[in-house]
Each structure stands twice: as C-alpha cells, then as structure tokens.
Design a protein around this ligand. Structure first.
Ligand SMILES: Cc1ncc(COP(=O)(O)O)c(C=O)c1O
Length: 344
C-alpha cells in the first residue's frame, strides 16, 4: 500500500499572499512539502502555461531540469532521502525518472543506480551516465527493471521507485498548486494527463484536497475533471476505469513508443482510478499510429518541445472534443510531461 504524507493544514499554514513572493521553483510551496530546509534543488517547477488554441493551455514540463516533470518528484524524494541519511539511491525507470534521479543524486553527492528496459532510447542512458549513475539495461518493461533492481541492485541503496516511497508524489503535486496560481485561483474545467505510474495524477488530486484545507478552495469547489491518457498497447488504468473495477490488472505484453506510458502494473493504479471517478473525469486510450502525428500537430502549432506522451494527450483531447465530452468554452490544461528530444 503506497504511503501518503499527511500534513496538519489550516487557513494559516500557507496563505496565498505569502507564496506569491517565494522562489520561482516548486519550493515556493515549502509549507506543504516534507522538508523545512536543506532541499536539493536545480530550480525545478514553475513551468509556463503555453496557449494552444481556444481555451487550451499546455503546462510545459519539458522546461524542467533534465527535461521532464520527473525532476519535481526527484527533487523532493532526494531531498528527504539525503536529509534522513541515505547513502545511495536506486530506481527503475522508463527513462525520464532515471535521468532526473541521476541529476539530483549528483547534486546531493549520492551514488545512483538506475535500471531501464533495454530498448530505452540511448539519450536517456547517456544522460544518466553523464551524471555519474550506474545504468543497468534489462530485457522487458519497467516492472522487469524494478524486479532486477530489487534482486541485484546495491543493498545499501534507498529505493525511490514510483509510489514505493511517499515523497515523489509530494514533488509532483506542486503542478496543481502552480496551476491554481497561474490560473488566478480559477482552476481549469479539465486536466488532460498522460498516465503511466500515475504519480502526477495522484499528486495533483491530493493537492486539490489540501487546497480545501488551506482555504485556497471552498469546501464545495468543483475540481477539474481529470483525464487519464494511455496508449492502446498499455492501458491498465483506462481498462479498470471502463470496466468499473477498483483496481488495475497487469497488462500483458505492454507496447508503446510513449515509454512513460508503458507501465503494465502501476502500484498506484487504484488511486488513479479513484481520482478519475471522484473528479468526474474519464480515461482515453490512444492508438499508437495517432501519437506521432498528434505530437507533430501540437509542436508545430505551439512551438512547444512535445514528447510522445504529450502528443498522446493532445490526441486524446481531440477525441474528447469530437465526442462533446469537452464542451465549447470549457478551459482545458494539457500536460506535456517532457522533452521530445530524447526519443531517438
Ligand atoms: C514523459 C512522461 N510522461 C508521462 C509519464 C507517466 O508519469 P506518471 O508516473 O506520473 O503517470 C512518464 C513516466 O515515465 C514520462 O516519462
């Protein structure tokens, strides 16, 4: 069962005005983060909202250190691990989390071991090595990489796998706090989010709950409808949502070039499904052939450096508009979770 950080929050914990003068990184929300000082930071977060047509904005997470939103989670997780005396760090990854862990481990002067599927594009691998990490390439998916690491990784390394420790979610939840500030306190109607392990989705959902306790949102405020985007070749969250199941089932033979979505057995899958249901959201699966062209459409109409996962989200948005699930005039924020430049 994933651990969850719970804070004692009230209207005085983090007044909106007090945050406004804070650093332009996720550490502006330190009052709702798990560390009072001594953070390991490369200035992650506070990414822009780029207009992408009528009532649509892209939250461009490619602008983070190491080019993805994984920097947020790793800044928080490595900060706490270092403060608690960890001597080494390890995690399996689809690519982006490994690069982020390698960089934050370097910043903290802690040795890092990462394991990735052996078909992970080379730039992800080279980046980790540049930051001094040990890299293992393992046949199969991120689940196999995790199994390999638990059996063969350094015994003294602290495991920062998705949702096996509670702090990566804390870093990622700051995407929701930023949205609130950037939208001047009026949250969008819909959030479209490419989902693998689900930490971003679960983190933002947690943050909305915290905002109620902080007095940023009224107790009965409507939350954005959260949309999980997955690829047809690996869609455990979407399948559970569609069948009414509470839990995700492991996806056999997962395949997609949007590697961040190739997570066949997310341990927080049940939390993703809950977040979708409780916010009135939905799940969309995108055909593999649709991802490349949608990535190009979004990049060429906005100038954003779009990754395949962000492209999948754009394809899903187009489907939801065609179906009328997103009505004209509704405000939508779509997450481009990383840079597209490493997928070659
Ligand atoms: C670019 C990209 N997008 C989305 C995801 C999925 O993220 P989450 O674990 O928050 O669902 C990943 C995870 O590897 C990723 O690298």
């Amino acid at each position: 069962m994933p651990l969850r950080v719970v804070y004692r929050l009230d209207h005085g914990t983090m007044p909106r005005k007090a945050v406004q003068g804070g650093p332009t990184s996720l550490w502006r929300y330190q009052a709702v983060l798990p560390l009072a000082d001594g953070e390991v930071t490369l200035s992650e977060g506070w990414t822009p909202l780029v207009p992408a047509g009528d009532d649509v904005w892209v939250k461009d997470e490619a602008r983070n250190p190491t080019g993805s939103f994984k920097a947020r989670g790793m800044s928080a997780a490595v900060s706490v691990a270092a403060a608690l005396g960890a001597r080494a760090l390890a995690a399996p990854s689809a690519g982006n989390a490994a690069g982020a862990l390698a960089a934050y481990g370097a910043a903290a002067r802690l040795p890092v071991t990462v394991a990735m599927p052996d078909d992970t594009p080379r730039p992800f691998v080279e980046e980790c090595r540049l930051y001094g990490a040990e890299v293992a390439l393992v046949p199969g998916t991120i689940s196999d990489a995790g199994r390999w690491l638990r059996a063969n990784g350094p015994a003294d390394a602290f495991d920062v796998s998705t949702l096996r420790e509670p702090y990566r979610v804390e870093g990622k939840k700051t995407m929701a706090y930023e949205l609130f500030e950037q939208c001047d306190g009026v949250l969008p109607d819909v959030i479209v989010y490419p989902t693998g392990g689900g930490t971003g989705l679960v983190g933002m959902w947690k943050a909305f709950g915290e905002m109620r306790a902080l007095g940023w949102l009224a107790p009965d405020a409507r939350l954005p409808r959260m949309v999980s985007v997955q690829a047809v070749g690996c869609a455990p969250v979407a399948r559970a949502f569609e069948t009414g199941a509470e839990r995700t089932e492991p996806w056999p033979d997962p395949a997609t070039r949007a590697y961040g979505l190739r997570v066949p057995a997310p341990i927080g899958g049940f939390l993703c499904v809950r977040a979708l249901r409780e916010t009135g959201g939905t799940a969309v699966t995108v055909a593999e052939e649709a991802i490349g062209p949608a990535t190009a459409r979004l990049a060429s109409t906005t100038g954003v450096d779009v990754c395949p996962e962000g492209g999948a989200a754009w394809a899903a948005l187009e489907v939801l508009r065609d179906r009328g699930w997103i009505a004209r005039g509704e405000r939508v924020v779509l997450f481009n979770t990383g840079t597209g430049l490493k997928y070659r």
